[in-house]
Each structure stands twice: as C-alpha cells, then as structure tokens.
Design a binder for this molecule. Structure first.
Ligand code: ADP
Length: 448
C-alpha cells in the first residue's frame, strides 16, 4: 500500500477520500488554495500544503504546484477526486514519469474516453450498445443532413470534447441542421479548444442510467449495478438513486455483464462509469467517465462496498478485494446534491454558515466538508454536501429522506434543500415515473 496519499481536490470529495485513507492507515496530504485555508479537509489531513491563489487554474489545476507538494511531503500517490485534474490524461502521464501513482486509469484510457467520438467507437467494438448516429466527426451540412435523414429527426449535435452538459444542440428538422452544426462547432472550439462534433439520434423521453464498473488493470473487472440520474437541470444531475426504479434484476444483470466484459477487455484499471440513455427497454451509451462520480455513495449504500478503498487497492497493484459474486444489492438509496444556491432561482449563495445541523439516525449519511462558522468561498462550484439516505425499499427510503430533509438546518446561506422537500412529495417522483426532461418541466411549471 502507499506510504502517503496526496488528495488533489477540495470540499466533500477531499474529505471522502481522506476517510478511506484513514481507515487503511495511510497518512494524507491536503493541498489547498489560499481561499480554502479553513476547509475541513485541510484541518483533518495529516499534512497540508498551500498550492496557490483562489482561481482553480492557479491552484487545484496547477500540476507543477501539486507535483512540488508531492516532493515536499514525500507522497507516493495522488487521488484526484472528480472534476479538476481527474480526467486529465497529461496529468496521469506526468505522474507516471515522476514515479507517483495516479489513483485512476492510465493516461491512454482517459484520453480515449475523453474524446466522445473515440469513446463511442471503442465501446461499440467491445459490444456496448450506442446511440445511432455518425461514425465520427461531421464537418459539412450535406453530410450532416444525410446522416440525420438516415437516423430520423430530431437529432442532437454534440462536441467530441464536451462536458458538464455543455456543447450540445438539437435539430428538429433539416432547416435546423446548418445553424446547429455551425453554432455547436464554434462553441465547442471556444469552450473546449476542439471544434469536432458528431451527430446522434435525439431520444425524446429517456432516463439516464449509468453502470458503475471497476477494473483491476489486469483484465479482471466487475460491475456494481446502476444508478438512475434522470432528475437533471441543465443536463446536470440533481438527485440520484440506486437501483433504478425502471429496471428489473434480469435487465440489471444483463447490462452489468456487458459493461464488465467491456472493461475487462479494455484492461481498464480503477473506477469508471458507463453512462446510458434508456428508452423503451433499450440502452444507448452516451459516454464513459474515467473517475469516481459525485453520486458514487448510492452504489456504496446498496452494495456496502467502499469504492475509494477499492480504488486505493487497485492503484497499489493489489487488485480488487471483491469478485462479482460478492456484489449483492440490498435495499434502496437516494442522494440529494445540496448546493449553496437559491432553490428557485439557482443563484449561487456563498457566505458564512451561521448555524449547521446535519440530519442523522438510521440510514442517513451526509458527505460534506462544511461546518458551523465556515464561510463558503465564491470561487468554486456550489455543491456543499450530499445527503444520502437508505431504506429496505424505495418507499422506506423516501419516507426517511423526507424526515432527513426536514431535520437538515443550514442557516446564513441559501441551499437547494427546499427543492428536495418539494420533490419528495411529488407523485411522479414517488412513483419513479420520470425521464431526463421531467425536472426542467417541473421547474418551468413552478415559475409560471
Ligand atoms: P456531458 O459530458 O456534458 O455530461 P453527456 O453526453 O453525458 O454530456 O450528456 C449529458 C446529458 O445530455 C444527458 O444526460 C442527457 O440529458 C442529454 N443528452 C445527451 N445525448 C443525448 C441524446 N442523444 N438524446 C437526448 N438527450 C441527450
């Protein structure tokens, strides 16, 4: 196992990683910007190093400073968390050159999956079902129209290097194609430094269902079931659950097996998520994330497997501690992403938390880095914590979630807690009858 792990992240995920290291007896190093001096992960780590000013590009994205922090502290491995450098292939390569272990897959696997066109090609060849669409990049109107006519309207034009729900345009008919194609290419070039775009069939009422996988890097792999992340706002997940209310055991085993076989075939190392849209009983691959996800706790709660602990074992060359038959799904789990934002306008609300009381009791987990008296800096994303609730059944889970949300007190700033209090009494949410557009429509209805 490692001598010392440096955590190249902040907030709740830095703390989450720290906890797994602590349980394994591995000393930790926190790195932080000047804005995060008083953050909980800095307080709880064995050592900490300030790596720069508040702006992410000067601190949490600054590879040189992070490498220097490794050298100063003697850390022999880095956990990147999610976001920041977690899907940066160059970072993984640079660490390898410096004999520091990147707790994640190889630079090459990150690179392949980071290019959505390449990712689609790769997984298709490994037997994973994909959304019908162009085989590769599309550059001219005529070609785009030909492909769109073939797969049928509406279609969606997507940036090969897109992420965070950005770089997508829907075309409802041939008249829309030219403008959608050109806007998407221009925007992709400006936002991601890569103007390559591709076309897929636009699915009108899909659910977002993703499969958690883990590979040992030696050709072994398992799946840990799925998460349903259909409740989204601006293509960003808001509430996630495991298992999906839309799948039965047979469907779960089938798609899980397809995914773990593909991951084994790739020789993939570490945690990954294969994301699908699911419509009329069919799965359609959209992308693979080569890192730990924000919503990983719902999988942990129904499998009782610590994903970060497994990541550490795999990265240390010890392989997985569990086999597929050890993965037994029990009960139901739901996660609410608590953001420091107004629950109706979604305007960010940084500032001082005057009073803080997280919920507790049976089946309640709060992953957060905040505390009473803590001031949320305005420089980073607004996720301040995650409330994860479990129950023996989905109904029990929802009952407990209502109780836990009512108990959660965060005074001094706005949070999205009231949004979730509304959602957990809504008949569609209670019955699990929603698709990826449901939340947007619901919010638009509230405005009207
Ligand atoms: P990102 O990397 O930006 O998250 P994804 O490819 O994962 O991009 O897509 C994000 C979201 O966009 C999906 O969860 C879904 O809501 C929507 N989306 C993407 N592709 C399609 C499609 N072919 N049809 C309908 N919606 C789509």
């Amino acid at each position: 196992m490692f001598n010392k792990v440096l955590i190249a992240n902040r907030g709740e995920i830095a703390l989450r990683i720290l906890r797994a290291c602590k349980e394994l007896g591995i000393p930790t190093v926190a790195v932080h910007s000047t804005a995060d001096e008083r953050a909980m992960h800095v307080r709880l780590a064995d050592e900490s190093v300030c790596i720069g000013p508040p702006a992410s590009k000067d601190s949490y994205l600054n590879m040189h400073e992070i490498l220097a922090a490794c050298e100063i502290t003697g850390a022999d491995a880095i956990h990147p968390g999610y976001g920041f450098l977690s899907e940066n292939a160059k970072f993984a390569d640079v660490l390898k050159e410096h004999n520091i272990t990147f707790i994640g897959p190889s630079g090459d696997h990150i690179r392949t999956m980071g290019d959505k066109i390449e990712a689609k090609r790769t997984v298709k060849a490994l037997g994973i079902p994909v959304v019908p669409g162009s085989d590769g990049e599309v550059t001219d109107d005529k070609e785009a129209m030909r492909i769109a006519a073939e797969i049928g309207y509406p279609v969606i034009i997507k940036a090969a290097s897109g992420g965070g729900g950005r770089g997508m345009k829907v075309a409802n008919s041939e008249e829309d194609i030219s403008e959608a194609l050109h806007t998407c290419r221009t925007e992709a070039g400006a936002a991601f430094g890569d103007s390559a775009v591709y076309i897929e069939k636009y699915l009108s009422t899909p659910r977002h269902i993703e499969v958690q996988v883990m590979g040992d890097g030696k050709g072994g792999a398992i799946h840990l079931g799925e998460r349903d992340c259909s409740l989204q706002r601006r293509h960003q997940k808001v509430l996630e659950e495991a298992s999906s209310p839309a799948l039965n055991d047979e469907q779960r085993d089938k798609i899980g097996e397809i995914c773990s076989k593909a991951i084994a075939g790739l020789g993939y190392s570490g945690a990954g998520t294969i994301e699908f849209l699911y419509e009329n009983g069919e799965f359609y691959f959209i992308e693979m994330n080569t890192r730990l996800q924000v919503e990983h706790p719902v999988t942990e709660m129904i499998t009782r497997i610590d994903l970060v602990n497994e990541q550490l074992h795999i990265a240390a060359g010890e392989g997985l501690s569990v086999t597929q038959k050890d993965v037994i799904f029990r009960g139901h789990a739901i996660e609410c992403r608590i953001n420091a934002e107004h629950h109706q306008t979604f305007i960010p609300s940084p500032g001082r938390i005057e009073y803080y009381h997280p919920p507790g009791g049976l089946g309640v987990r709060v992953d957060s880095g905040v505390y009473q008296g803590y001031t949320i800096p305005p420089y980073y994303d607004s996720l301040i914590g995650k409330l994860i609730v479990t129950g023996r059944t989905r109904d029990e889970c929802l009952m407990r979630l209502r109780r836990a949300l009512d108990e959660f007190v965060v005074d001094g700033i706005n949070t999205t807690i009231p949004l979730f209090q509304d959602l957990v009494t809504n008949p569609d949410v209670l019955s699990g009858d929603y698709n990826i557009h449901w939340l947007e429509k619901y919010l638009a209805g509230k405005e009207a």
